[in-house]
Write a protein that binds this ligand. Structure first.
Ligand SMILES: [Zn+2]
Ligand SMILES: [Zn+2]
Length: 363
């Protein structure tokens, strides 16, 4: 497989060539601004939004994430042999489900939680305290469930908090591996499965159109975990890669409805594939330059409700807002939960309902 396999991995020369105006395949999260931009966007979207409290809570989390990312300690990195092996197999080098996490992620999570404001509602403070005091083994189990997309055994109230810690850890890991490879060749590039993140193999949260290089309106899928963005042509299903039978749905705001902020309805679309029945949201940065895949996804849950009425399933995953019930899974529904499929209005509202940040719920 050697020759054909390696030819599809981007070499440093190709990366360099791509700075000359071609569309770059990868867009990197910026250590200094990645979560800060998300925080800003969440606060902007929260104005007059029905989920205002939840969006502001997510903004507080993003603020704490940014502070942690800016000063994250060194963590264990995969060695060069492992990176080369992954590249030659067109495999994601940091596949999140299997990756041996550095224990530092737990202490960094606890430090992140300590940054959250005391002014949060009591229910949220309780959940924060519970996660901060949790045993290492419980945190590891929660992390395993989150990264595998399994809601059985997952504490849904605590999930956004644990997920926030994992996101910072994997973003830091991604940027550290990238920095450690300087002069050695690009450790990240195309992998066999272009429906998942080329670095950590997580699903995208949504896609964003951007102007990249000389080309206008390029579409990038944003990783739900590490924040890496990878290019995918438009009008192509992000789940089954079909280019047939793609349609778009968006929310039309009725004239008598309040503006839910930042003209979200005009900026957001669901790209629906009639071949496989999945959809991924697409946000247009030419219509609003501040779009952030994760933030805008949270603020457009009504679009999920609209699209799910036609039976379409979510391909995107938002770790801040998981769809599905924790304790009611059959093998069949496990698939749905992993795909974040909003199957019925009742289930969605159960998971969405933390407009009061993380719903403590009886457990
Ligand atoms: Zn990723
Ligand atoms: Zn499809």
């Amino acid at each position: 497989m050697g020759a054909t396999a390696t030819v599809r991995v981007m070499s440093p020369e190709e990366i360099a060539a791509r700075s000359g105006g071609e569309t770059p395949y990868l867009l990197w999260p910026e250590r200094g601004t990645h979560f800060a931009e998300r925080e800003m966007r969440l606060r902007q979207l929260a104005a007059n939004h029905p989920m205002r409290e939840f969006l502001l809570f997510a903004a507080d989390l993003a603020s704490a994430q940014q502070a942690q990312l800016a000063a994250y300690p060194a963590v264990a990195l995969p060695d060069h042999e492992a990176l080369d092996r992954a590249a030659s197999r067109l495999a994601p080098p940091l596949a999140a489900i299997d990756f041996p996490r550095d224990p530092a992620w737990r202490s960094e999570l606890r430090a992140l939680l300590a940054r959250l404001p005391d002014s949060l509602p009591p229910a949220a403070r309780d959940t924060i305290g519970r996660v901060a005091r949790a045993e290492d083994s419980w945190l590891e189990t929660q992390a395993d469930c989150l990264l595998a997309g399994v809601t059985r055994g997952l504490d849904l109230a605590a999930a956004p908090l644990v997920a926030a810690g994992l996101q910072v850890y994997f973003t830091h890991l991604l940027l550290s591996v990238q920095a450690s490879a300087i002069g050695r060749g690009q450790p990240f590039g195309r992998i066999e499965d272009e429906t998942v993140c080329p670095a950590c193999a997580s699903k995208p949260v949504a896609s964003v159109t951007r102007n990249a290089g000389d080309l206008l309106g390029q579409r990038y899928l944003g990783c739900s975990l590490c924040g890496l963005q990878w290019h995918m042509v438009r009008i192509k299903c992000a789940h089954c890669l079909s280019t047939q039978a793609i349609t778009y749905q968006s929310l039309q705001r009725a004239a008598d409805e309040p503006d839910t902020g930042a003209a979200a309805s005009a900026v957001a679309q669901a790209e629906v594939c009639d071949s496989c029945g999945h959809y991924l949201k697409i946000f247009h940065s030419d219509r609003d330059p501040h779009v952030d895949a994760a933030a805008d996804d949270l603020a457009t849950v009504t679009l999920d409700l609209l699209v799910s009425e036609s039976g379409a399933r979510r391909h995107g995953v938002n770790l801040m807002l998981l769809f599905g019930e924790p304790d009611s899974q059959t093998d069949d529904s496990a698939d749905d939960a992993a795909e974040g499929h909003p199957r019925a209005g009742t289930e969605i509202s159960a998971a969405v309902r933390p407009p009061n940040p993380p719903d403590p719920g009886p457990r």
